[in-house]
Structures are given as structure tokens and as C-alpha cells.
Design a protein around this ligand. Structure first.
Ligand SMILES: [Zn+2]
Length: 291
């Protein structure tokens, strides 16, 4: 019996090898419930969420990690975000029919994977890798090698109900056993998608590494969470400008914005809009002419 939506970290004692295993149920289903996704995208969203959870857990500071696949279609956007506090959200956009057997590299012409690390305090960092290796996991292996110079292997799988991911990484520095990384990688390669989905993290570690000296840490939880708020939407509206808001008010009677991630709807009537722009001292002065 395992708790849903958690990530386990582990290390090889006395060796420069670490790993993570993530399992997502509720957060994954919360994302699928908010979009009418074809099965191939349901699986890709799960893989992307598991990947975001794995990557966010490698960050040492508070903030969020955004994984974004962009391309020329038919899959035009796949984005998953994980925060250091365990919040997860994701969405995909596509056009037309999708080949159910295709992987992300085929669904996304000229596709690239953009990884953004966004600390609460500090500079954003962005890394971009091509999707030419065909899979999200392959693109992530390449990302770690080029951006972080850390040999890393990632496995991702999802079946529409549950998503799972595993990462093993060689850390900098020398260790006593020169073959440790090689063994960690080769043994991890024997994991099947079914095992990764169905076995608990302690069971997976036993299955792969029962002859190794492994330290397994307490799991950290993940949950569905959208970072949207009335304040953040207001800032977007202010950036669009007073005139633009007046045009929408005139046409529709109110300004309504729905969050793509969680479907939450934010409404502003003419009084709300006046207040937004009056409160916003940084914005340009309100024009004299009003409709
Ligand atoms: Zn939202």
C-alpha cells in the first residue's frame, strides 16, 4: 500500500551516485480532468509531470521548474510545472488528429524542450535542447549532459491513471568504486514501464539494487496546485492597457479570464477595472477620454 503522489530520493552509500523515483496519481488525474486529451497526450502529460517532479527535486532553492515542449504541430505546446513545495500543474495544446503510436518527437515538428528554473528570489535560468532523440526522457538525458555536465538517465512512463519517473545521476567527484555509476545505469536500464508504474519506490530499489548499499530518504509529497490568482491575472490585465480593457468592457460588459491550467474563472466589471488602474501607480496615466 503506497501513498499517491510522492517522490523518493536515494543515494549509493560512499559513491557519487544519486537517484529519485516519483509516482503521481491524484495530481495527474486532476490535470487530465481539466482537458479533453486524446490518450497519446494523456500519456505525454503524465511523463512531463513526472519529469517536472524529478527535476524540481534537484533544485536546492525555493521556486518552480517549468518544462515546456514547443513545436510546429500537431502538438504545439506541452507544459508541466513543479514547485519546490510540491505543487504540480500541466497542460497541452494540439491541432487535428494525433497519431496514437507517435512519440513526442514525431508529434512536434522542429520540437524543442525548454527548461526554465524560476527561483522565488533570483535570476531565471533557461536551458533548451532539441527533441530529436524522440522521447522526453532522451531529451532530458541530453539536457543534463549539456547544461549541467552531469551524466544522468531518466525513465518516464504514464498510462492515463498513474505516472511514474526515475532518475539516476552521477555526481561530480571521485568515488572509491570506479564501476559504481556504470552498474547504477546498467541495472536501472532493466526496469520495465510496468514495474516503474506498479511497484513502490522501495520495491523498485530492491528489484534493481539489492546488492548495493543504498540509503533511501523519506518521501516528499506532490499535489495538484495552480499558481494562478486574482492578483496575477490583474497584473496581466494592467499590462494589456486601459484602452484594451475598455474595449472588452464595452463589447462584453465584463472582463473574464479563465486559467488554462485549472479552469478557474476570474471576472472584472467596470468598477474593478477602474480600481485596478487607479491602484497601479506604475502604469501610465489613465487617458482623459472615456467611453
Ligand atoms: Zn489556475
Amino acid at each position: 500500500m503506497s501513498t499517491p503522489d510522492h517522490l523518493y530520493r536515494f543515494i549509493f552509500e560512499h559513491e557519487n551516485v544519486r537517484g529519485e523515483i516519483a509516482h503521481l496519481d491524484d495530481a495527474y488525474q486532476a490535470v487530465l480532468a481539466r482537458g479533453d486529451y486524446p490518450p497519446v497526450l494523456q500519456r505525454l502529460l503524465g511523463q512531463a509531470m513526472a519529469a517536472a517532479a524529478l527535476l524540481a527535486s534537484t533544485i536546492k532553492f525555493r521556486g518552480s521548474l517549468i518544462m515546456q515542449v514547443q513545436g510546429d504541430g500537431p502538438l504545439t505546446l506541452l507544459v508541466a510545472q513543479a514547485t519546490s513545495r510540491g505543487g504540480l500543474r500541466a497542460l497541452a495544446r494540439w491541432e487535428g488528429e494525433l497519431d496514437e503510436q507517435a512519440d513526442v518527437g514525431e508529434l512536434c515538428r522542429n520540437g524543442r524542450l525548454v527548461i526554465t528554473i524560476d527561483p522565488d528570489n533570483g535570476e531565471r535560468y533557461q536551458g533548451v535542447v532539441p527533441l530529436e532523440r524522440g522521447t522526453l526522457a532522451g531529451a532530458l538525458d541530453f539536457y543534463f549532459l549539456t547544461s549541467e555536465q552531469l551524466p544522468t538517465r531518466v525513465w518516464l512512463t504514464a498510462d492515463g491513471t498513474r505516472a511514474a519517473g526515475m532518475l539516476v545521476q552521477r555526481l561530480p567527484g571521485e568515488s572509491g568504486d570506479k564501476d559504481a555509476w556504470n552498474r547504477a545505469e546498467k541495472l536501472a536500464e532493466t526496469i520495465t514501464d510496468d514495474e516503474l508504474l506498479q511497484l513502490s519506490a522501495p520495491e523498485i530499489i530492491h528489484r534493481l539494487y539489492h546488492e548495493e548499499d543504498i540509503r533511501l530518504f523519506d518521501p516528499s509529497p506532490f499535489h495538484f496546485q495552480c499558481g494562478c490568482s486574482r492578483d496575477k491575472v490583474a497584473r496581466v490585465l494592467i499590462s494589456l492597457g486601459y484602452e484594451e480593457m475598455q474595449d472588452v468592457l464595452q463589447e462584453k460588459g465584463e472582463v473574464e479570464v479563465a486559467c488554462d491550467f485549472c479552469n478557474e474563472s476570474y471576472r472584472y466589471d467596470s468598477v474593478d477595472i477602474e480600481q485596478l488602474f487607479a491602484d497601479d501607480s506604475a502604469s501610465p496615466p489613465v487617458p482623459e477620454t472615456r467611453h
